[in-house]
Write a protein that binds this ligand. Sequence first.
Ligand code: UD1
Ligand code: CA
Length: 453
Amino acid sequence: MKITAILLAAGQGTRMKSSLPKVLHPIAGKPMIWHALQAIRHATTEKPVVVVGHSAQEVTKYPDVLAQTVLQEPQLGTGHAVMQAEPLLKGITDLVVVCYSDMPLLRGETLGKLVETQKKNKGPISILTVVADDPRGFGRIIRKADGSVESIVEEYVATAEQLQVKELNVGGYCFDANWLWEALHRIPKNPQKGEYYLTDIVELASKAGLPVQATVMDDLEETIGINTRVHLSEVEVAMRRRINQEHMLNGVTMMDPASTYIDVDVKIGRDTVLMPNTYLYGQIEIGEGNRIGPNTIIRDSKIGNRCKVLASVLESALLDDDVDIGPFARLRKGAHLGDHVHMGNFGEVKDSYLAEGVKMGHFSYIGNAQIGANTNIGAGTITCNYDGEKKYATEIGEDVFIGSDTMLVAPLKIGSGARTGAGSVVTKNVAEDTLVVGMPARAIKKMERKAKK
Ligand code: UD1
Ligand code: CA
């Protein structure tokens, strides 16, 4: 059985007061519409159709490969929006799921239940409803004596008696496709607003004696629709709570989930501990047994196992195992720290590989460099990698000792076992096992390398 979703996203979202289209506002790192498409994918078998209208160009760019889009111009209501998808889907799908793009907490499982309800329904429509004390402006569900749904009444036209109804229209529908394509054209124009409301199709079915069934949802949170930035923040908080709970149930410890901010695409291994005020943004993979935070921001990075990251900022960085950084370390794009690397306070690393066991305890800048295993970078060391026009590479061998306050003027190679004196300015390559000092540094002696463990 072919099941296809139509996602309505043509509305303007006026109440967001934003130059960004409503459905592109991010929640836990992904645009609102991404969350809706994710839920849809769970419950349908075909590529969905997104109906776009306001800011169509910007919105169309987003779903790209995830969906096909169709333009609704002008926007004459939710029923009219669904009609725009008819040419794409007629004769192609058996069931049609319709949902709104401003309900990112709606779960795929819930849409799945709706589809199951419709599969068992002899009539042509099933809808999602919820029972709640606060109606939030939702349409009211009017039931028949036999329990099937008779109609959906929008709040502004409801009678005093209808306003008392606690069962609300969530905004999720599953239709028998053949019936839908025909009935859509019979939706009457709403006399007050001049629009065609999808909700009015319910009455068309029930009046014809065709049963409309409802899946009553039990999680009120899932039904939060976003119309204002207040709703946006409510959804953001709920989404993050949901994400955090999932990680905790998978074995991640969070000292204070309320101050731990994790985007949807983050993977974290068990027994990793996240301390308060930790932000994990974008595409991140974190292994097992790490301790991250407090006060740490990580974006698009990969962290191995048993690392410690304290009060630091990482962006597009890679940590192998047992790395220990911070407080106040900054890793920028292309920083790669090997096993057992120690990087203390006020270090900055960019586009560089620090091999196993490198130690860099205090305020240094390492850029465009390769540093060999077990090398020690003294306090205040700087790779002078930029001459105002170009970036140059620094290559440092294994077991090198870079003395405090050394300026490494790139391009530069320092051989394994070499040593620089404090305050050296190194402008020429240094041979293996050689001690250099001064400004600019010159070779003063040849040394014996100590055997290491
Ligand atoms: C709608 C329902 C209401 C339900 C509520 C739940 C209707 C008539 N009413 O009201 O019963 O309780 O959602 O949140 O459907 N859209 C288009 N084209 C249009 C108009 C709207 O694509 O011409 C899209 C919007 O972008 C939005 C969705 O349809 O994603 C819903 O429209 P909106 O105006 O937000 O409907 P509500 O007044 O919230
Ligand atoms: Ca709405």
